[in-house]
Structure formats: structure tokens, C-alpha cells
Write a protein that binds this ligand. Structure first.
Ligand code: URA
Length: 297
């Protein structure tokens, strides 16, 4: 991974003073349709970070691990969700059957309607909007966060608050924009005060996310934060233990990586260097997946 790309990442996440600022305005990473790292937002931290990547670290070789994620139903419906569809405003609940087997046969439209009308847990009572998911319905990369926060609840879209804006900048640093990936959360409704989801809440939402993953059928899953990783991997391990290796999810053994939640970087800017390692690994896996795909055609 070249030093220029490291510099772009650090610029994107708000760390600029360890190298000349004018060096950060370089071209975009070579992803199709990607754009350059946006300029730093006002008020972002400018201090150098200890142990910042110098661009010389090689991409880590992925390690295969046995499946530990929950199973998902086989896909039976075509992808039908259009990008950028406006989110539903908390409508009255239709009589929706949320049994996982039924959710597992839904197409995008049915699934979004089922989520919009869901009353399967108490979180539905406090929500402003459900937060279904956003992005390319056949994205190669799917990001999975924890649950909507205040801004997401207000707008009905995942990762649009401060943490989401940082996530956007990190994606931009590797040449990806929101519309090229698919972003969803474990929970579709905001927990009060942004507390951790309760087991009965994640259980109530589980089939929706499983179906979203099945419909997107990404080449790679990125769990953003501990809650998402523990949920998809069905384990209680710490994020530190789960980072840095390749897991696999579901019957299709979709490779899965785990990284810190962007809100963690907002609290601990020094951890952004580790985030860059994770993104390097992610890019390496996507390249490998492409090479495999090209070889098979
Ligand atoms: N944090 C998440 O995990 N998801 C969001 O959508 C926003 C913040």
C-alpha cells in the first residue's frame, strides 16, 4: 500500500499535519466511479497521531476461519430496491408476519415495507422513522453498523450523523462513496439514549438483516463496531480479538472483517491508524475477490 494512499486516508479522517497538506490533494484511489478525499471539515483535529501509518506496511494476508455466523434463508426474490429511495415515515403498523421464514422470501420492496411497519419490539414505540438501509442493492461491499442514532432516526438513513460523516470520509479515502456500497444496521429502530441493543431487540430484527445480506450478496462484509460483529458472528468476543482476521458469514461463507465503529475514532483519534490497517486489509480482500472473479470468467 503506497504512502500517498495512507496520506489520503489520514487527510480524510482529519489527521493532516504529519505530512505536507498539499500532498493530500492527489488523485482518487482507482475504484470505479470513486472520488477524491474531501477536504477536512472545519473543527477537525489537526494533531499528528502516534504510530500513524507511514504507508510502508504490507497488506496483511487474509486468514481463513471456519463459519461462525448464523445461517440465512436461500434467496428466492429478485433485487428490486432502487437507490436513494426516500425512507418511510413511521407509518401505522400493518398486520405483518415477521416469521423469519417469511422474511427470508421477501423482495426489497416487501422487506422495506415490513421493516417500516414492524412492531416486533418496544423500540418501535419510540422511533421517528425506521432506518432500513441505503446504497447499491448489489454492492460488492456491505457495511453493517449497530443501530440508528438520533440523526439517523430523524432522517431514516443509516450513518448520517457525525460518525457517519467520518465513515464517508474513510470510504472516500479508499475511492468509495456511499452509493457504491450498501450500509445497514443490526437494529432498524433507535434504542433510547443510544444504549446497546438488548438481545430481544436484535433477535426481533435479525431476519431483516439476514435477508438484506442475502439480497445484496456482497463479496465482503464489514462489521463496524463490536455489536455488529458479535451479532453476525454469534460470539461475545471483544472487538480487539475480532479485528485483524478474516471471518466468514452464512452458508455462502461471505468473508467478513471487523473494524472499530467511527464513533470510537471520534473519541480516540489515535485509533484511526488501526482503522487504516483494516481498510488496507479490506481493499486487499476486494482485490483478491476481483482476481478470483476475473480468473473464473
Ligand atoms: N451508528 C451506527 O451503528 N449506525 C448508524 O446508522 C449510526 C450510528
Amino acid at each position: 500500500m503506497d504512502a500517498e494512499r495512507s496520506r489520503r486516508y489520514l487527510a480524510a479522517v482529519g489527521v493532516v499535519s504529519w505530512r505536507r497538506r498539499e500532498g493530500l490533494a492527489g488523485g482518487v484511489a482507482p475504484a470505479p466511479g470513486g472520488r477524491g478525499a474531501p477536504p477536512n471539515a472545519p473543527g477537525q483535529e489537526q494533531a499528528p497521531i502516534p504510530g500513524a501509518p507511514d504507508g510502508s506496511a504490507p497488506v496483511s494476508k487474509p486468514i481463513s476461519r471456519p463459519l461462525s455466523g448464523p445461517g440465512v434463508e436461500p434467496a428466492t426474490a429478485p433485487v428490486a430496491r432502487s437507490e436513494g429511495a426516500s425512507p418511510a415515515k413511521n407509518p401505522p403498523a400493518p398486520a405483518t408476519d415477521h416469521t423469519p421464514s417469511l422474511v427470508g422470501t421477501m423482495d426489497w420492496g416487501q422487506l422495506e415495507a415490513a421493516v417500516a411497519g414492524c412492531r416486533a419490539c418496544v423500540l418501535s414505540e419510540g422511533r421517528t422513522r425506521t432506518v432500513f438501509g441505503v446504497g447499491a442493492p448489489s454492492a460488492e461491499l456491505m457495511l453493517i453498523g449497530e443501530a440508528p442514532g438520533q440523526e439517523e432516526d430523524r432522517r431514516g438513513e443509516p450513518f448520517v450523523g457525525r460518525a457517519g460523516q467520518l465513515l464517508d470520509r474513510m470510504l472516500a479515502a479508499i475511492g468509495l462513496e456511499r452509493g457504491q456500497v450498501y450500509i445497514a444496521n443490526v437494529l432498524k429502530c433507535r434504542p433510547p439514549g443510544n444504549r446497546d441493543p438488548l438481545p430481544r431487540e436484535t433477535a426481533a430484527c435479525q431476519a431483516y438483516l439476514a435477508r438484506q445480506i442475502e439480497l445484496v450478496a456482497p463479496r465482503l462484509l464489514l462489521c463496524v463496531g463490536r455489536i455488529s460483529a458479535q451479532h453476525l458472528l454469534g460470539c461475545g468476543d471483544s472487538l480487539g480479538r475480532l479485528r485483524g482476521r478474516v471471518h466468514h458469514y452464512g452458508p455462502k461463507q461471505i468473508p467478513l472483517l471487523v473494524t472499530y465503529h467511527p464513533s470510537y475514532y471520534l473519541r480516540n483519534p489515535a485509533a484511526k491508524a488501526q482503522g487504516w490497517q483494516d481498510l488496507q486489509r479490506l481493499m486487499g480482500l476486494l482485490r483478491e475477490a476481483h482476481a478470483d472473479g476475473d480468473a473464473g470468467t
